[in-house]
Design a protein around this ligand. Structure first.
Ligand code: SF4
Length: 96
């Protein structure tokens, strides 16, 4: 382990990610290029269903909000995080 690895592990607490119900399902949590709005809504509803049964939902939502993540995290879309006051650094497709 390098000094960088040790520092990185101390600065991020991401052990909870191992318990996420979305492991292996990236295609429904992150948009493909040029995704149409209707397709995005359908994809995000599938992701929401997975999140609602996930044991780390609250932790995931808080993490995504704090880190201004892209994609669907913790039962929230980018748009919903934005509406909750957690703006993306460079919003893509946010509807306000
Ligand atoms: S809450 Fe959703 S995005 Fe977060 S780890 Fe669970 S399934 Fe994945």
């Amino acid at each position: 382990m390098s000094a960088f690895d040790f520092k990185f592990r101390q600065e991020t607490d991401d052990d909870w990610m191992a318990f996420g119900s979305c492991r292996g399902l990236s295609e429904i949590f992150f948009a493909p290029l040029a995704e149409r709005p209707q397709t995005r809504l359908r994809r995000e509803e599938k992701a929401r269903t997975v999140c609602l049964a996930c044991p780390v939902l609250d932790t995931c939502r808080d993490f995504a909000r704090a880190h201004r993540e892209y994609g669907f995290w913790g039962g929230e879309s980018e748009d919903e995080r934005h509406q909750a006051g957690f703006r993306l650094i460079a919003p893509i497709g946010v509807r306000v």
